[in-house]
Design a protein around this ligand. Structure first.
Ligand SMILES: Cc1ncc(COP(=O)(O)O)c(C=O)c1O
Length: 572
């Protein structure tokens, strides 16, 4: 740490000395820092012994004995250790110095992440990182590291990671770095508390309640409807939706288990997120009991009455409609699906993990028309609203259902005779015990932007998607997967390399085209200039999917993306 080495300069600095036996005297002046002595064998390889101690004033160390009489090298350095940080007595200065250094590192990283000239990633294979790069070791030591080393570890961790805030990171639905959100995350970690009771999270619990109410009203539920909870991601939100739906129809499941129930069946579309099947497996319903509904030519769920013959002897109870599918960004016809659910007394869930953000935009919220009829909604502010990971909610229309479904009433936590309104001990609604505070950063961002700020942010992302769509239409070296204008910020396309431009459509062209996106992606990871995802889907061979949720992305980044793909694939 810089601070430590400055202090070191004030001292009469002991140099490394070769010792023939282990008895020696070292003199120190102006010292109030920890001195650490490493005894090593002459070849420096083997660290035999490490002693640390604190000198308050000038002093000396004598006769620090090694373990044998062999020739040893003693390496002495002044260093600041983690034990010097608060709550150590008088640890404020060291703590301030450490945090300032850390801030310096983080700020450097944040600035670099927004520079287009910097790389999005510096890719290394797992074995390279495990072997250690330029002194960056992932191994866990027996002896504590110095604070200086801890800071180097922090710097290296960021160095070998992926800059998801980079304007040319298009790989995932969650990207960007909102600085107010970051401040919220820092504050949250500083408070380091738990969301299970009002007792330990009074402010955060109220913020969560206010956010949930706000989001419910944006969905279109009335004041007397609505409940919800923040949970770790869209997958868990979807799991909650099936859990409460099942409890709503079959409350005995809570105590008697699945054996007391008929064979349940639920519906999702072929473009619905895989978390629905996963949740069915986790909940003991079974992934084979998820009926996958075909999509129409617009890639949205065909809102058809479930075939009764298909379902004979089975108990359908739940339909998942997606508002913003993961790959195409399509919106299922929510009004038509609501009609079917109403007619057949089925629970309607809307997975708006990705599309929920569009509710913030006056221009785009009509794409989710009918969401107000849903019994539950998944909404991930950590995707389209660019709130730092993680931030996801499950909203449930029926009040009290989450609590009834999950409540266990642990007496050591949820005592009923507390001196405040214990309905604010919301932790028993959750399937977790301890719960991270995910609400604060969203609350703070909402304060900083207002609802309108979020709306403009979403609009900008969709404008970027339209710009990309227009560029792709004009170019002959690219082909769109969907010819219609994007509904969300997903744009899917193929790059057609020179060798394929004159090949007629057919299996040969398809199988060669299938190789193109992975090859370009591999090169992209090596060069690190940009990052975008690809996948096959149904009968479509591998294609690129570009998604916009990063407010830092500008049209020049989109131009760059296309040029870079063309450059990387020019010899294919
Ligand atoms: C439509 C949809 N639902 C759910 C999820 C799962 O969200 P998470 O990654 O937060 O678990 C995703 C993730 O991409 C998604 O696109």
């Amino acid at each position: 740490m810089l601070r430590a080495s400055k202090e070191l300069a004030l001292t009469e600095q002991p140099r490394m000395s070769i010792l023939q036996n282990c008895s020696f005297t070292l003199q120190f002046f102006n010292l109030d820092k920890i001195i650490r002595c490493f005894f090593t064998r002459e070849n420096h390889q083997e660290q035999l012994h490490c002693i640390s101690w604190r000198e308050q004033t000038a002093g000396q160390l004598t006769s620090c004995q090694g373990e044998d009489n062999q020739s040893l090298m003693v390496c002495v350095c002044v260093c600041v250790c983690t034990t010097d940080l608060l709550p150590a007595l008088g640890g404020e200065d060291v703590t301030r110095g450490f945090l300032q250094e850390l801030l310096h590192i983080l700020l450097g990283y944040i600035c670099k992440s927004s520079q287009r000239s910097s790389k999005v990633l510096d890719f290394h294979h797992p074995h390279q990182l495990k072997e250690g790069l330029e002194g960056f070791s992932l191994d866990l030591p027996d002896q504590p590291e110095t604070l200086e080393q801890i800071l180097v570890d922090c710097r290296d961790t960021l160095k070998y990671g992926v800059k998801t805030a980079h304007p040319r990171f298009f790989n995932q639905l969650s990207s960007g770095l909102d600085l107010i959100g970051l401040a919220g995350e820092w504050l949250t970690s500083t408070a380091n508390t738990n969301m299970f009771t009002y007792e330990v999270s009074p402010v955060f619990i109220l913020m969560e309640e206010i956010l949930l109410r706000k989001m419910q009203s944006i969905v279109g539920w009335s004041e007397d409807e609505g409940d919800g909870i923040f949970c770790p991601g869209g997958t868990i939100s979807n799991l909650y939706s099936i859990l409460v739906a099942r409890y709503h129809f079959y409350p005995e499941v809570k105590t008697k288990g699945m054996a007391a129930l008929p064979q349940l069946v639920l519906f999702t579309s072929e473009h619905g997120h895989y978390s629905v099947k996963k949740s069915a497996a986790v909940l003991g319903i079974g992934s084979e009991n998820v009926v996958v509904v075909k999509c129409d030519e617009r890639w949205v769920q065909r809102a058809q009455t479930p075939s009764v013959t298909l379902l004979q002897g089975l108990a359908p109870f739940y339909v998942n409609a997606t508002a913003g599918t993961t790959v195409y960004g399509a919106f299922d016809p929510l009004i038509a699906i609501a009609e079917i659910c109403h007619r057949h007394t089925l629970w309607m869930h809307v997975d708006a993990a990705w599309g929920g953000g569009l509710l913030m935009s006056k221009r785009h919220r009509m794409k989710l028309q009918g969401i107000e009829r849903a019994c539950s909604v998944t909404w991930n502010p950590h995707k389209m609203m660019a709130v730092p990971l993680q931030c996801s909610v499950i909203l449930v229309k029926k009040k009290g259902l989450l609590q009834e479904c999950n409540q266990q009433g642990a007496e050591y936590l949820f005592q009923m005779d507390k001196p405040y309104d214990v309905s604010y001990d919301t932790g028993d609604k959750s399937i977790q015990c301890g719960r991270h505070v995910d609400a604060f950063k969203l609350w703070l961002m909402w304060k900083a932007k207002g609802s309108e700020g979020f709306g403009s942010q979403v609009n900008k992302c969709l404008e970027n998607a339209e710009y990309l769509y227009d560029q792709l239409r004009r170019r002959t070296d690219f082909e769109l997967v969907l010819s219609s204008k994007p509904e969300h910020s997903n744009v899917c396309f193929w790059y057609i390399p020179p060798s394929l431009r004159n090949v007629p459509p057919g299996p040969d062209r398809n199988s060669r085209l299938h190789q193109v996106a992975p090859q370009i992606k591999a090169r992209m990871m090596e060069t690190g200039t940009v990052l975008i995802g690809y996948q096959p889907l149904g009968s479509k061979v591998n294609f690129f999917r570009c998604v916009f949720s990063n407010p830092a992305t500008q049209q020049e980044d989109i131009d760059f993306l296309l040029e870079e793909i063309a450059r990387l694939g020019s010899d294919l």
